[in-house]
Design a protein around this ligand. Sequence first.
Ligand code: ZN
Length: 190
Amino acid sequence: MTAGGEPTDAERLLRDATAMLDGHFQLTSGKHSSLYIEKFRLLEQPAQTEALCRMIADWARPFLPELIAGPTTGGIIISYEVARLLRVRSIFAEQLNGGGRAFQRGFMIAPGERVLVVDDVLTTGGSVREVLAAVRDMGGDIVGVAVLVDRTGGTADFGVPFFACMTVDLPSYQAGQCPLCAKNVPLTIT
Ligand SMILES: [Zn+2]
């Protein structure tokens, strides 16, 4: 199921919020998986979200971040909650029409300011990479990256210290090669 076998505290929090479901799902990518994570079932629950963000804050504290930054949409909530726990500022990067992300709305990063980049669920890492680029563009010093759930199976590498509250290592399948389809398990379209 998940890395490590026994459910972790993070997995329990996600399941309590019904943000993690077992079954047979068609993901937005079109691929099929036996596990579905609906991050907004978690993010609408302040208690569970705070508990997970506290894991990130506790991990990040020794790096002395001065600013937390995340991508829209879920990353705004994670950034704000981690920042609230660490008593530092929180900003977010928005998608640009031409690709990439930038800090708008007057958000500033001081040269050399120590920035922790956060996000909710890491799938391809594209959003996090865009935030890292936006931070570097403004002269920030990235002290680490932290996410609630790492769906890459632990292969994420951003070249800075990295933390995930939970790592999931579950394959997804093209529809024609899905073992759950082969067993005629009813499919849920997500
Ligand atoms: Zn299938």
